[in-house]
Design a protein around this ligand. Structure first.
Ligand SMILES: *Cc1c(COP(=O)(O)O)cnc(C)c1O
Length: 408
């Protein structure tokens, strides 16, 4: 742990991603060490007593903190420009902890309707069962936010771009309305990643990640994180909640994702440019009913996306004719791309939200969220985009089987 010549705060993002948070052990290893340990030893009972009194800054138990997890948290915090970061076992553990640690019976949370299925469950079923009122609004409609936040609220939860319809929410405008109503703003930033969007700089208070997605980026390990610059939230609410309820990250998973951060910028930048290429190609195909990609000028919130994101993201949604059957034929016809509900992977993955991730919601709520039976979500990976394009044009193309009438 030699003294640093450089303060990481002065480093640019790429340097932070490779070197931020590194703490070498006395073995002077190059690559960050994996501390696969649940406990720590003390030289004397006196030392243990002092550690438990909080008088000695050291590791005591990996439910509280662990050196490998701490490196991951520091590196991610540096990237996000956040003072506080806590890693969790999964993205859902992060979302739930961020909300549960600050809400109590009688409180009110306002959220955008277009949500990841499990976030929807927490806000519309779980929190209400604890006596917390959950209100859903159309996230793209500032009038609806204004009306819902004309009454006091304690939390606002948004996902932008949303899953799977890629709606964009104005983080700054919603944060201003939320703060007037007395609410803290939590942004689920999974689709944008910390590389493309910085919610804390746009007025949000708390950011959550599923690091299972782009941060791991190679489909290996579950993980999540909660970041903020809000000392009261981080130290008085979140810290005791995490310590005592235990949704801790695994050191092994944190180590994989610490190393994942080193290539995050490269991967997300390339995956985004591949996604733009594929989205432009899909938009030019006859028969595709609608292509939704925040980096296309045809996206209803293209200008807002360009203002708050560095690119259109790595995800595309599009609609094919023929409802569920049409979508299934399409998925059965793709080559290279794997059918999987995961996303943010270096492998391109395709899924049918209405029968998988958003099946539980029921037809009516799906319709309200714009998830039609013909909607398909594509997470674009690191393959050569021309090979992905051939998926649609080559000999295995779904168009050959059924789409000659519909497609070019
Ligand atoms: C995947 C995902 C989550 C949940 O993350 P897990 O790591 O699967 O628990 C939450 N929000 C969004 C937007 C996601 O895509």
């Amino acid at each position: 742990m030699g003294t640093k010549k450089n303060d990481p705060q002065n480093w640019r993002a790429a340097t932070r991603l490779v070197r931020g948070g590194t703490e070498r052990s006395h073995f002077d290893e190059t690559s960050e060490a994996l501390f696969m340990t649940s406990g720590y030893v003390y030289s004397s009972p006196e030392e243990a007593e002092q550690a438990f009194k909080g008088n000695k800054d050291r590791f005591v138990y990996s439910r509280y903190a662990n050196p490998t997890i701490a490196m991951f948290e520091k590196r991610l915090a540096l990237l996000e420009g956040a003072q506080y970061c806590n890693a969790t076992a999964s993205g859902m553990a992060a979302v739930f902890a961020a909300l549960a640690c600050m809400l109590k019976a009688g409180d009110r949370i306002v959220a955008s309707r277009a949500l990841f299925g499990s976030c929807h469950y927490i806000i519309t079923e779980l929190l209400p069962s604890y006596g917390i009122e959950g209100v859903l609004v159309d996230g793209t409609d500032l009038d609806q936010w204004g009306e819902a936040l004309s009454q006091p609220a304690n939390a606002v939860f948004i996902e932008t771009p949303s899953n799977p319809t890629l709606e964009i929410i104005d983080i700054q405008a919603v944060s201003d309305l939320a703060h007037e109503a007395g609410a803290r703003v939590v942004v689920d930033n999974v689709f944008a990643t910390p590389v493309l969007q910085s919610p804390l700089k746009l007025g949000a208070d708390i950011v959550t990640y599923s690091s299972t997605k782009h941060i791991d980026g190679q489909g290996r390990a579950m993980g999540g994180a909660i970041l903020s610059n809000d000392e009261e939230f981080a130290n008085e609410k979140l810290k005791p909640f995490l310590r005592n309820t235990g949704p801790s990250a695994s050191p092994f998973n944190a180590w994989l994702q610490l190393k994942g951060l080193e290539t995050l910028d490269l991967r997300v930048s390339k995956m985004s440019s591949n996604a733009l290429y594929v989205a432009q190609f899909l938009e030019g195909l006859n028969g595709i009913q609608r292509v939704i990609y925040p980096g296309l000028a045809s996206h209803p919130q293209f200008k807002l996306a360009a203002r708050q994101m560095k690119s259109g993201s790595t995800l595309i949604a599009f609609e094919v004719p023929g409802g569920r059957d049409g979508a299934f034929r399409f998925l059965n016809g793709v080559d290279i791309i794997d059918i999987s509900n995961n996303l943010g992977d270096s492998k391109s993955l395709i899924t049918h939200p209405a029968t998988t991730t958003h099946q539980r919601l029921g037809e009516e709520e799906r319709a309200r969220m714009g998830i039609s039976d013909g909607l398909i979500r594509l997470s674009v990976g690191l393959e050569d985009p021309d090979d992905l394009r051939k998926t649609w044009k080559g000999q295995y193309s779904p168009f050959n089987e059924w789409g000659k009438d519909h497609f070019q």
